[in-house]
Design a protein around this ligand. Structure first.
Ligand code: UDP
Length: 562
């Protein structure tokens, strides 16, 4: 069946169910964004020009909202608790629905069970029960639920699962045996999925797929109106919880010299003691009113927490400058409580790394808050400058639809691994593995085989410097690491093409391989495909890195990926 774009979302709102505060928040959001989604669908339909899209049957099981997993989020929706997850789930549902797929939504184990075809009240489904869905979007909680109810068929069908995983899961933590042997201990990892089955909030971990969410897009008239309507010296502080204001007195007093400070900190009856009297606190605002506040403000200020949420993008989209602190040393699961137990060792160098590295000045200023001079200089400059509202394409409705469409059409983790590609020859320069005829031909032949998307000819290989992760090595060349290309590089041939002088070659399980160890001139190949990893580095190795190009404003997709 062909999928047909939908622009009327009223049936989706019914599918989303009711009752919980979280669902009410999500439905309000979906309703508000209906016109934007409809317009985006129109634009994408035009761009794709009638290309065939298969309709998939999709189950969305939002595990963290189930009573059985504690549902700690719903009761806090109106009390300053995290909303980013709900923003993302609402947008995932909207994207799937607008793209025209068949959709079921479950937020309880009972609903999940009945959708999986398991008899209610019993344990797992009988062995042979076929999964009635082509795709299942869930989270780590939901994975547990699925495993419990699917029994033995979980193994067979887990390749259809996509795990929404805000901060990402690195391959070393995902591979059960490797993680256990090498101390990659977490509360969440060990599922042995293809790392691309994990989908993140921001494109920070190329080992995973970037799912994202959307922010409202302004038309030219609205942009002009906003630019004209900015209050001269108004700042809004990022964060709904009073605790983030603790210990910020000195910082606030500097800010207060130049700006009128507003906050949206949740409170019950009294003003939270952490928020100084000179701050105008609005309390937690409904999302549309929060946007209105951002439209008047000049500056949106991060105090270091929450990490990597949607609000800074909304602020920048509404013409604010986002000011945030640099973290030195960087925060990670090794040194910060918040990240502890998360299946990643990614180092976070500021509150919002995406804003810092994908957007940057003039919209984003990342400064050392301990350095009062640097801070004051930044504030003075920001107050004097005017910036245009800006929203990266990948965070528009059209951008999200385009990305989710591409994933659904091209990502297949169920098919058996395809034939090994023949080694590439004739490099253009010592360290670029140039696409050549053999490569292109293979890519075309294998276009239906797994691993052929992104298309093989967008591969650019680099031998990274010692101690450099592939994630960074690719970025150094204006490219992005593409883990699905690792098999192309995991051969003696590839090392030869890159003129790496291997005295010996061994094949082992190590998430840093393929790599070259300079001291003994040793080359190492990867034995376990699940361990191919863009993340990770060691001063012992020069890693062999698969990079690819990407579309401007849509880093998840290569030039020829649509
Ligand atoms: N938000 C809101 N009211 C407020 C402040 C924020 O509705 O007073 C919304 C905001 O529009 C954003 C969402 O909260 O979409 C989540 O923002 P944040 O970046 O704070 O991430 P979180 O920590 O909540 O996941």
């Amino acid at each position: 069946v062909q999928a047909v774009f939908r622009s009327n979302l009223s049936h989706l709102l019914e599918l989303m169910g009711s009752g919980k505060e979280s669902l009410i928040f999500m439905k309000k959001r979906t309703k508000r964004l209906t016109a934007q989604w409809a317009l985006a669908a129109q634009r994408l339909a035009q761009k794709l020009g009638g290309a065939r899209r298969d309709q998939k049957q999709v189950l969305v099981h939002i595990g963290f909202l189930t009573e059985e997993s504690g549902d700690v989020f719903s009761p806090r929706v109106l009390k300053g608790g995290p909303l980013g997850e709900m923003v993302q789930w609402a947008d995932i549902l909207a994207a799937l629905y607008v793209l025209g797929h068949g959709l079921r939504v479950t937020v309880s184990l009972k609903e999940l069970q009945s959708n999986l075809g398991a008899p209610p009240g019993r344990g797992s489904c009988p062995l042979a029960t076929p999964l009635p869905f082509d795709l299942v979007y869930t989270d780590y909680h939901g994975l547990q639920h699925m495993k419990r109810y699917m029994g033995l068929s979980f193994r067979k069908y887990r390749c259809r699962i996509r795990v929404i995983d805000t901060f990402g899961t690195e391959p070393a933590y995902n591979h059960e045996e490797y993680a256990t042997l090498h101390g990659y201990r977490t509360n969440w990892g060990y599922w042995n999925l293809n790392p691309k089955q994990f989908m993140t909030m921001f494109p920070h971990t190329p080992d995973n797929s970037f799912m994202g969410f959307v922010s409202e897009e302004l038309n030219e008239t609205e942009k002009q109106l906003i630019k004209g309507g900015k209050a001269s010296n108004m700042a809004v502080v990022y964060g709904k919880e009073a605790s983030i204001w603790k210990g910020k007195e000195k910082f606030l007093s500097i800010l207060n010299k130049y700006l009128e400070i507003h906050g949206t900190v949740y409170y019950e009856s009294q003003r939270p003691p952490e928020v100084p009297a000179f701050v105008k606190n609005h309390g937690l605002l409904p999302q549309p009113e929060f946007q209105q506040l951002l439209r008047k403000a000049k500056l949106f200020i991060g105090f270091g927490f929450p990490y990597e949420g949607p609000a800074p993008l909304e602020a920048i989209a509404n013409g604010c400058v986002f000011l945030q602190s640099r973290f030195s040393p960087p925060h990670s699961s090794l040194n910060h409580e918040f990240f502890r137990g998360k299946p990643t060792s990614r180092e976070v160098f500021s509150q919002h790394p995406y804003a810092e590295s994908f957007i940057g000045k003039p919209h984003v200023w990342t400064v050392d808050y301990n350095n009062s001079e640097e801070l004051e200089a930044a504030i003075k400059t920001i107050v004097r400058t005017q910036v245009d509202p800006y929203l990266p394409y990948e965070y528009t409705c059209e951008g999200m639809l385009e990305r989710v469409h591409a994933y659904i059409q091209h990502q297949d983790f169920c098919a058996a691994p395809g034939p090994a590609p023949p080694g590439a020859r004739a490099p253009e320069s010592p360290f670029i593995l140039a696409p050549n005829a053999t490569h292109l031909k293979w890519a075309r032949n294998a276009s239906l085989a797994p691993g052929a998307w992104p298309p093989a000819h967008s591969l650019r290989a680099w031998l990274a410097a010692a101690g450099r992760a592939c994630t960074d090595a690719c970025l150094d060349h204006g490219l992005i690491c593409e883990p699905s290309f690792f098999p192309f590089l995991n051969s003696q041939d590839a090392f030869q093409t890159l003129q790496v002088p291997c005295d010996s070659t061994e094949s082992e399980m190590n998430h840093l391989y393929p790599a070259f160890a300079q001291p003994g001139q040793e080359c190492f190949l990867q034995k376990e495909p699940l361990l191919f990893s863009c993340a990770g580095s060691s001063s012992k190795y020069r890693r062999l890195c698969p990079c690819r190009d990407f579309r401007k404003g849509q880093v998840a997709l290569c030039q020829d990926c649509l």
